[in-house]
Write a protein that binds this ligand. Structure first.
Ligand SMILES: Cc1cc2nc3c(=O)[nH]c(=O)nc-3n(C[C@H](O)[C@H](O)[C@H](O)COP(=O)(O)OP(=O)(O)OC[C@H]3O[C@@H](n4cnc5c(N)ncnc54)[C@H](O)[C@@H]3O)c2cc1C
Length: 382
């Protein structure tokens, strides 16, 4: 008999898992603490690995139609000099390799694929989980409970379930914070096919075209003494007044009420993320800093692999354990590379910045290709 599954958290990880389980004919219910999340201004870049995972969820074509396909990212100095460029392309593929989209748009797309609307129940905050040899029980803040053969914890980086079951897990501040926003048009000089990241002593600024000639931006600024030093869009414009004009243009074109701020952190790589009938997925299991743009991508990969194992293993415990074995090495490596990249990208010292800017153009394409092969090349068919 097929197992029944409860998912705590209806973000990218939770919804992707629900779709993948639905495809296996497995009964699933998703509980989320909030009503549908409409956080403003969070853009996501989704790489070839996750596009392939979306294909197995039968969402690839609608996803590509809704997003913006990009072919490369250019790295630029504060004054606008091109330092290096990376193509989002595996050597032997002509498929879309990198597509940008707003998080709210991706969530909407995922929700549209859930066949039975009663699968998603909002306003239910999970507080803890219990299990015995027959079932797993999820308890909610309102005193109610739900039970099933397994509980999937997809409740994000601050996961309640992880805190309960994996007491030594540790969230690590990255030492910088991120502002994000959306502008109604790409800056002059952008044709919608490439993104940019500008690296300089005042911080790092990304500009990423979206569909309909819009663009999102992100700004990472080091936290000094863990303090937020800039309070508004005007403050950001002033902070980057020495940077090239595309940055000032996109900030000036953005709606000040649609920007968001968050300190960046990750989860120290964990040796396990399942316990009996409970599995962590997505950020709950392996939150990474956003430097590789892989958090949501890995969450979608998790979903496909976890559902496949639940569909084919004889016991839920066996399926969760197998999922963990298949995922641990890859996701932990991504967390480590992301963190390291952040350290290099956030260097403030003017001398070290200028050395870095001399070395970057010399990096051979093979260096980037090796990283891309590792991240983008996946096989969901084994
Ligand atoms: C600035 C920034 C830029 C990023 N850029 C990219 C990118 O370009 N590409 C990429 O792939 N990734 C990117 N990421 C990472 C990506 O956003 C996350 O990895 C992804 O959203 C994780 O999805 P998730 O579903 O695991 O967690 P979340 O998105 O955090 O979702 C968790 C869900 O659980 C719910 N929840 C929380 N607690 C409870 C509870 N107790 N009970 C019930 N429900 C609960 C929440 O309401 C939420 O809906 C970026 C992250 C940041 C911060």
């Amino acid at each position: 008999m097929k197992p029944s599954i409860i998912i705590a958290g209806g973000g990218i990880a939770g919804l992707s898992t629900a779709i993948a389980l639905q495809q296996q004919g497995i009964q699933v219910t998703v509980y989320d603490a909030q009503d549908p999340n409409v956080t403003p201004g969070i853009g996501l870049g989704i790489g070839a690995n996750a596009i392939q995972a979306l294909d197995t969820l039968q969402l690839k074509s609608s996803f590509i139609a809704r997003g913006q396909s990009l072919s490369s990212i250019q790295f630029i100095s504060a004054r606008g000099r091109k330092l290096n460029a990376t193509k989002f392309a595996l050597q032997d593929s002509n498929e879309a390799q990198y597509v940008s989209i707003l998080r709210s748009e991706l969530l909407e797309l995922l929700r549209s694929k859930i066949e039975d609307p009663s699968t998603i129940i909002t306003g239910k905050k999970c507080v803890d989980v219990e299990q015995n040899e027959n079932k797993a029980i999820l308890r909610f803040q309102d005193g109610s409970v739900a039970e099933a053969d397994a509980v999937i914890s997809a409740d994000g980086i601050h996961s309640r379930i992880r805190r309960q079951l994996f007491k030594t897990a540790r969230i690590r501040p990255a030492g910088y914070s991120c502002w994000t926003g959306v502008a109604p048009r790409v800056p002059d000089g952008f044709d919608g096919t490439f993104a940019t990241e500008t690296w300089g002593p005042a911080g790092r600024v990304g500009i990423v075209p979206l569909s309909d000639r819009r663009a999102y931006w992100f700004i990472c600024i080091n936290d000094h003494m863990n303090k937020r030093t800039i309070e508004s869009l005007d403050g950001l414009i002033d902070h980057f007044k020495g940077y090239h004009t595309a940055i000032l243009d996109i900030l000036r074109a953005s709606d000040p009420d649609q920007i968001s701020y968050q300190p960046i952190m990750d989860l120290q790589p964990m040796p396990r993320f399942t316990k009996g009938r409970v599995a962590l997925i997505g950020d709950a299991a392996h939150a990474a800093t956003p430097n590789l743009g892989q958090g949501a991508c890995q969450a979608i990969e998790d979903a496909v692999i976890l559902a496949k194992e639940l569909g084919r293993q004889a016991t839920v415990e066996g399926a969760l354990r197998r999922y963990e074995q298949l995922r641990l090495k890859r996701v932990n490596k991504i967390t480590r590379i992301s963190r390291m990249l952040g350290v290099v990208a956030q260097i403030e010292n003017e001398f070290i910045t200028s050395v870095r800017n001399i070395v970057m153009p010399m990096l051979p394409a093979s260096f980037n290709n090796k990283q891309l092969e590792f991240i983008y090349r996946v096989d969901f068919n084994d």
